[in-house]
Design a protein around this ligand. Structure first.
Ligand code: ADP
Ligand code: TZD
Ligand code: MG
Length: 579
């Protein structure tokens, strides 16, 4: 999109107002989509933004608009914009703002707020709340604009804070009075800022690059781990070149799947539990050593107790200089943006590079062969009712046939099995529960994925997970988005078989209505619903959805005994910890 000039008032009307300046500032910075929910004091902002040519997508709950904005940020490297009303709308959006910050996604939550004078004296205004103070702890930065002539600066600061360095969620507080403020149109136009170089490259120090490459050269069993920071960086070709030129086996974190195709011969995913404890030097690229990597220690890494370190040495490539040593010693931190770091590595190995010892590569390859064969056997089974494997075997084929489709995924078993069974072939196609393992991102992600990429979206949803954002199927129908939702319906959270030990009238806390027909929800709004009890029915319904690009919801009936408690993270469950 080219530069859009701010709207210039007519001669008769040489004034502009806060509403217009917010719109002009967003347009000037090529922020052309708003995910939000109207109401006092921002209803007219949504109307006027639409009239000014912005895409304004209205949701049924601000949390879903917020998640949409956060993932739009991940996919585009531009801050996703979420717009809400004051207090309750703001709080509904806040969860997504925190999620954006925790996941390092650039997002700006813009909320209308009530009058400062009344809020600060706590006199009980309509939807009164000190929103700025409440947003601060969960935002990367938070700003309030009180004067129309400061709107340009406010939005520029919000953009820079969201996308520079480690990206995150930014809160921008716009009190109701601001929108109605009139100022001279020429002065208003002049006050706007088109942000130059919002996310400046951060070139790594030459000695840091050399230290890292020397450590990798000394390794007999090197391993690369690609995280969602690497996916975000959009340095796809260089990352692939680095992996292929070094010949180092790699693992992809969940949202980095597809950065290199999952069927790449250097992918060690099918031998994950072998390579983590065995590797001697591990290079993390845009991945934190948090719980998702067992904090870099314990049995997963070859340590004996859960606090023991397995003896690996680490290289960590990250834009945040504070990330290194967060969990274990990082022997070679490389601070910079991933694009610049990876190209510096490529330059450093130009002078010569020996591929890893064949013993290491052969051992990984042998493990992979055994594990892939085991998995193929499980996937080939067709139990009745379906289990996660037999249903996901279909999804695996559909994604393989449609590698450009976006895959949205949440749930527990529905998440873990999909991640391990469904291969991804292209970068930034898989978006999921992220760093917090959060339920509720599903439908917001579907809307943003469809709007941003224009590709078919396929959502694989646990029945519990879907419930957090299910009402947005109306939004999906309203905007007629090419979204195919598959509910892995096992009648509850983890499984549907728990019973109330008291024999009382309430069912167990993890159990839902048996045999629910989620497909009917989609039909209520004019979308296509289907019920699938066999892999063949599921395949037919998914193929039809992809062919027609109509909003579709498939209720996939899964054996209610098939799941396990907490999916793959049973070990984090306090009961399991006690044992
Ligand atoms: P995963 O969950 O996939 O393991 P994380 O969210 O834990 O990934 O880690 C992502 C890391 O990537 C963060 O530490 C963040 O600072 C870093 N990061 C994000 N964008 C960039 C970038 N452009 N360049 C370098 N590092 C980045
Ligand atoms: N609330 C929020 C916001 N996030 C969470 N992660 C949870 C609650 C706890 N939780 C999980 O961690 S997974 C899950 C919950 C409620 C749902 C699992 O049930 P499901 O998936 O139907 O989505 P499976 O396939 O039945 O395991
Ligand atoms: Mg379930």
């Amino acid at each position: 999109m080219g530069t859009v000039e701010p709207q210039i008032a007519t001669e008769a009307q040489q004034q502009t107002d806060g509403f217009q300046l917010v719109i002009d500032a967003l347009k000037l910075n090529e922020l052309d989509t708003i995910y939000g929910l109207p109401g006092i004091p921002i209803t007219d902002l949504t109307r006027r933004a639409q009239a000014a040519g912005l895409r304004v997508l209205s949701f049924r709950h601000e949390q879903n608009a917020g998640y949409a904005a956060s993932i739009a940020g991940f996919l585009t490297q531009k801050p996703g914009i979420c717009l809400t009303v004051s207090a309750p709308g703001f709080l509904n959006g806040l969860n997504a703002l925190a999620h954006a910050t925790v996941n390092c996604f650039p997002m700006i939550l813009i909320s209308g707020s009530s009058e400062r004078e009344v809020v600060d004296l706590q006199q009980g205004d309509y939807e009164e709340m000190d929103q700025l103070a409440i947003a601060k702890p969960v935002a990367k930065a938070a700003f309030r604009v009180l004067h129309a002539e400061d709107i340009g600066v406010g939005i520029a600061r919000a953009i820079r804070a969201a996308v520079s360095g480690r990206p995150g969620g930014v809160y921008l507080d716009l009190p109701a009075k601001l929108f109605a403020q009139s100022i001279d149109a020429a002065a208003g136009k002049n006050s706007l800022i088109k942000v130059v170089d919002a996310a400046p490259r951060q070139i790594p120090a030459a000695e840091a690059v050399k230290r890292a490459v020397d450590l990798l050269r000394s390794s007999k069993k090197p391993l690369i781990i690609l995280g969602k920071g690497a996916a975000y960086a959009q340095a796809d070709a260089d990352i692939r070149a680095l992996v292929e030129k070094t010949g180092i086996p790699y693992l992809s974190m969940s949202m980095a799947k597809g950065l290199l195709p999952d069927n790449h011969e250097q992918s060690a995913s099918a031998a994950r539990s072998y390579v983590l404890p065995e590797a001697d030097v591990v290079m993390l690229i845009g991945a934190r050593l948090n719980w998702l990597l067992s904090h870099g220690k314990g049995k997963t890494w070859g340590g004996k107790g859960h606090k023991d370190w397995g003896g690996q040495k680490f290289v960590q490539v990250d834009i945040s200089p504070q990330e290194a040593d967060s969990n274990v010693r990082i022997d070679a931190p490389v601070v910079g943006d991933i694009g610049s770091c990876v190209s510096a590595f490529l330059n450093e190995i130009k002078s010569g590079w020996a591929k890893p010892p064949v013993e290491w590569l052969n051992a990984i390859s042998a493990k992979k062969t055994t594990n892939v064969a085991k998995m193929a056997e499980t996937l080939a089974k067709t139990p009745s009712p379906m289990n996660f494997h037999s249903a996901l075997n279909v999804v695996r084929d559909i994604i393989k046939a449609n590698p450009d489709a976006m895959l949205v995924n949440e749930g527990a078993n529905a998440l873990d099995f999909t991640r391990s069974i469904v291969d991804m072939y292209k970068p930034r196609k898989r978006i999921d529960v992220g760093t917090w393992g959060i339920m509720g991102v599903g439908m917001g992600y579907c809307v943003a994925a469809a709007v941003v990429t224009k590709q078919q979206v396929i959502a694989i949803e646990g029945d519990s997970a879907f419930g957090f954002s299910g009402m947005e199927v109306e939004t999906i129908c309203r905007y007629n988005l090419p979204v195919c939702i598959v509910i892995m319906n096992n009648n509850g959270v983890y499984k549907g078989t728990d019973v109330n030990p008291t024999g009382g009238p309430d069912v167990a806390p993890t159990v839902f209505v048996k045999g629910a027909r989620y497909d009917k929800l989609m039909e209520a709004f004019g979308g296509v619903g289907a019920n699938a009890t066999t892999p063949a029915e599921l395949r037919k319904a998914m193929e039809e959805a992809v062919r027609s690009r109509k909003p579709t919801l498939i209720n996939a009936v899964i054996d209610e005994t098939a799941g396990t408690e907490s999916g793959r993270i049973t070990s984090l469950n306090p009961t399991a910890k006690k044992k």
